[in-house]
Design a protein around this ligand. Structure first.
Ligand code: NAP
Length: 310
């Protein structure tokens, strides 16, 4: 089976490497070609010139792209995935199309559903399959996939999800995966803000933030954010695993979803403002743990002892 992978950024490259290590023949595309090069190992990797070429060379295609605009371009652009499907439909004997495409990007469920519908028109099944976990989990191969779309396509992709992750949850119809991903990221961001606020308070009280993280780990306030981002904040290591600007994008998408459902979201609204401030302060390309710097700016005190590492 040939697997395609489009978008070899922070997350996509390690994900594709797991499939490569598992022995799958890959066809890959990245807009900046340098990120598509340098594969080690026996299984062949074809570096394609366009998403269209990947689609023609693959049975199943994964995409891992920045945002809605990037996904729309890769799927619907002149050199996109849908163009490959259209060529087959129009009777081009040499053309080929994939059976399944799985978009792992975090985007709007409206876009996920729209693209799934367009591809279904070409007889191609599309899954929205965003992930939880960040760069370290992508490298370790322990992501969680949150999947919406045709169930039999999900079942066919399970062995592939298994190579890149520790778990896959089938949420339901198209868009269900992206709905759940946005709800998840609201929670992640709120947790990170609350953690930053607590860390600053403990710092101003003259206590040791590192010891405080041990306290948090031992009780009901423990969380993935305290575990993964607490040490980054305390060590002032804001090197990007998940960029502040990407979380800000997710919070805007979540707000739009909440609005369409008429759900009041006061926590999300203030958390989104904090990420807006962080982006405006020039920390958009840093790790999302950089939102803690808002508190540092407001108080004139650093949470950690060390100089910034990023
Ligand atoms: P990233 O490192 O910025 O990678 C983004 C990828 O999208 C790059 O390969 C980029 O190509 C490509 N791209 C952007 N615009 C494009 C366009 N118009 N046409 C073609 N390719 C385009 O981002 P990431 O951290 O891997 O995140 C990818 C997605 O996963 C995002 O939706 C993010 O919200 C989500 N996510 C990220 C994390 C995380 O911790 N990082 C965790 C869960 C989910 P170039 O290399 O040419 O720029």
């Amino acid at each position: 089976m040939n697997i395609g992978f489009i978008g070899l950024g922070t997350m996509g490259r390690p994900m594709a490497e797991h499939l490569h290590r598992a022995g799958y023949t890959l066809s890959v595309y990245n807009r900046s070609r340098s990120k598509a090069e340098g594969w080690q190992g026996a299984a062949p990797v074809r570096i394609a010139e366009s998403p269209l070429e990947v689609a023609q060379q693959s049975d199943i295609v994964f995409t891992m792209l920045t945002d809605d605009a990037a996904v729309e371009e890769v799927y619907l652009g002149a050199e996109g995935i849908a163009a490959a499907c259209k060529a087959v439909d129009e009777g081009d004997g040499a053309a080929r199309k994939p059976r399944i495409v799985a978009d792992c990007s975090t985007i709007s469920p409206v876009t996920s559903k729209k693209l799934a519908e367009i591809l279904a028109g070409y007889g191609v099944r599309m899954l929205d399959a965003p992930v939880t976990g960040s760069e370290p989990q992508a490298i370790e191969g322990v992501l969680t996939f949150i999947v919406g779309g045709p169930k039999e396509a999900y079942e066919q992709c399970l062995p592939l999800f298994d190579k890149m992750g520790k778990k896959a949850v089938y949420m339901g119809a198209s868009g269900a995966g992206t709905n759940a991903k946005l709800a998840n990221n609201m929670l992640v961001a709120a947790n990170l803000m609350a953690l930053s606020e607590s860390l600053m308070m403990i710092r101003q009280a003259g206590e040791d933030p590192e010891l405080f993280l041990e306290v948090v780990a031992g009780g009901g306030a423990r969380s993935g954010m305290a575990e993964m981002k607490g040490p980054k904040i305390v060590n002032r290591d804001f090197s990007a695993q998940f960029m502040t600007q990407l979380m800000h994008k997710d919070l805007k998408l979540a707000e739009r979803l909440a609005e369409s459902l008429q759900v009041p979201v006061p926590v999300l609204a203030s958390v989104k403002q904090m990420f807006q401030i962080a982006c405006n302060s020039g920390w958009g390309a840093e790790d999302m743990s950089a939102v803690a710097k808002c508190y540092e700016t407001w108080t004139g005190t650093l949470i950690g002892n060390s100089a910034e590492k990023s």
